[in-house]
Ligand binder design. Structure first.
Ligand code: ZN
Length: 276
């Protein structure tokens, strides 16, 4: 009988100790993710050791010393650079497209709901975290094929002519949506629309503040139109991996600046939107 009592006491003690350890681990985790520790968290985060970047170089050239290296043009890389001057091959289709398990505002067009697996999984985590904070996000438009972009572009040309189309629509091969790493998101209040208002909504503010933690950047920020060539699009987020995203968002720069890319004059003159 004594032996049994001792065994039960032993088991209870083990359970108590394990419970306490779990509690303390949770407390540490919660502390690291609080706003107060946000920057510390950024620099101590080694979960994606793709590259290590500590600060913008003293020369003021973000390309120097940030580990970015040359402009990445490999279509399959999560850091691929696509804009009005850099395009993807016509036949490029990401080989690991999946449908993220998130809410979409509309389920009419299934083709718009795909993303590359790595980005889709990161997006699921981000949408879940938002929900924990009482923020409901909706996916609107993810992967877009070269053929689909061509269709959109050509129908715009028919409706409004080439010059006007070039102001509102990316030409085929030049849309980031073809990478499978970008998605447009919205809110219920905005009825799934893609508008600048998203940037000042509770949902948009949450995304801007937290997206880097999940590997996403606001690809076309405000007041950077002359660098990106795109109008401000708070709804368009692009997956680049955590390290790069944190570097870009913390320093308030664009992917263009990250790579030290200098836009040509024509690229500067025509500010477009990729909403269509
Ligand atoms: Zn977009």
């Amino acid at each position: 009988m004594k032996k049994l009592a001792a065994a039960v006491t032993g088991i209870l003690l083990i359970l108590l100790i394990t419970g306490l350890q779990d509690l303390s681990e949770n407390q540490v985790r919660a502390g690291n993710e609080s706003d107060e520790f946000e920057y510390e968290y950024y620099y101590n985060d080694t979960d994606n050791g793709e590259d290590v970047m500590d600060s913008i170089s003293p020369t003021g050239n973000p390309a120097a010393g940030n580990g970015a290296g040359a402009i990445n043009t490999a279509p399959d890389s999560i850091k691929v650079f696509v804009n009005k001057e850099y395009s993807l091959p016509e036949d490029y289709v990401p080989d690991n497209l999946i449908m993220p398990d998130i809410k979409f505002y509309s389920y009419d067009v299934p083709d718009k709901r795909y993303m590359r697996k790595e980005a889709a999984q990161a997006l699921e985590k981000m949408f879940d975290a938002a929900l924990d904070d009482g923020i409901t996000l909706y996916g609107v438009s993810g992967y877009r094929s070269y053929a689909r972009q061509k269709e959109i572009y050509n129908s715009n040309v028919l409706a409004r002519g080439k010059d006007e189309t070039n102001k509102v629509s990316a030409s085929p091969g030049h849309s980031e949506h073809q990478t499978g790493l970008a998605i447009d998101i919205s809110s219920y209040a905005l009825k799934g629309s893609l508008s600048e208002e998203f940037g000042t909504s509770a949902e948009g503010l949450w995304v801007a503040k937290h997206c880097a933690k999940y590997g996403f950047i606001i690809r076309y920020p405000k007041n950077r139109e002359n660098i990106t060539g795109y109008s401000y699009e708070p709804w368009h987020i692009r997956y680049v991996g955590k390290k790069t995203a944190k570097y870009i968002m913390k320093n308030g720069i664009t992917l263009e600046e990250y790579y030290g890319y200098i836009p040509s004059k024509s690229s500067k003159d025509e500010i477009i939107s990729d909403a269509q």
